[in-house]
Design a protein around this ligand. Sequence first.
Ligand code: SF4
Length: 384
Amino acid sequence: ACPVNAITAGDNTFRFLRDLATPNKVVITQMAPAVRVAIGEAFGFEPGINLENKIAAALRKLGVEYVFDTTWAADLTIMEEAAELQERVEKYLKGDKDVKLPILTSCCPAWVKFIEQNYSDMLDVPSTSKSPMQMFATVAKDLWGREHGLERDQITSVAIMPCIAKKYEASRPEFSRGLNYDVDYVITTRELIKIFEDSGINLNEIKDEPIDAVMGEYTGAGIIFGRTGGVIEAATRTAVEKMTGQRVDIIEFEALRGWDSFRVCELKVGDIELRIGITYGLKEAAKMLDKIKSGEEFFHAIEIMACTCGCVGGGGQPKAKNRMATLQKRAEGLNSIDKSLTIRRSYENPAVLAIYDKYLDFPLSHKAHELLHTKYFVRVKKDK
Ligand code: SF4
């Protein structure tokens, strides 16, 4: 059974259109990396074609005031997650017996709920960094809003996601102040396609427009979050360079790439040797956690995603006939964007560095902990 009851998650398309038509509401959107390489399939594009600038133009046509990008916050997530990875691995290498390894990436809400329900004795293992969607929304309402003279309740924060489980994540009480949630609601890729179609917007006919600046600027590390192995590759790009103090020439870590649903990867960079586990699908996740618990496997870090091939295969994405081939093309589309960018390490994103300078000081600082980190809870399954 799906840990987040995705099948019953509500459709927010009417609410979105109503908010766009309401005067004095400032509607802002963020879109996850995987949306841009899949949405085009509904308009006759090949899987993997990056349509982010067409989506930006189409959202403005609908009336969205600020079109931002979750990928910007993926870089922010990496700043925090990579710092946690570095801290735990360095302590471990110095012989600290109390340090918790592996560290788990924590941006998939279905997987987070799965560990809360089924492996409650391992809750000190996941990174405490919020997911990119939640980091984006906290920064948007608490920092960006303040800069623009807007109170939290004047901003309607909408997340466009490949994922139905993100609807559940947005509703977790720890991501709200009273009744005001950081993400007001989530629209899936499929729901956005329907909205565009019903509004007579054809992505084939619309001219490109840029995503709004600052919270729209991203690196190659941020964009690969949308495919299996991408989050841990992005974290490793930053962590190993911070640990060794040396620049790595080849940052496409082939050892971490691939399509198998259970992968054991050895990564050697300078003097650092990391053993990394990557899985997708919750059955495979359980297999990996059982092996770690029994001592059969040791990893410094693991990445787990609930959906096939990661978010490119999310439950809110367009249905694909030739599924694996389509998902791989979407993932390759993200790899191509990464390759095309000049800045490919999260710690070099100027817009992310600026926010540390202005508000957060440095990764894992007190202020960063207050805004960008979360807690996990033991959850009892309601079904049998
Ligand atoms: Fe959502 Fe699936 Fe991505 Fe997890 S892997 S964040 S459930 S789309």
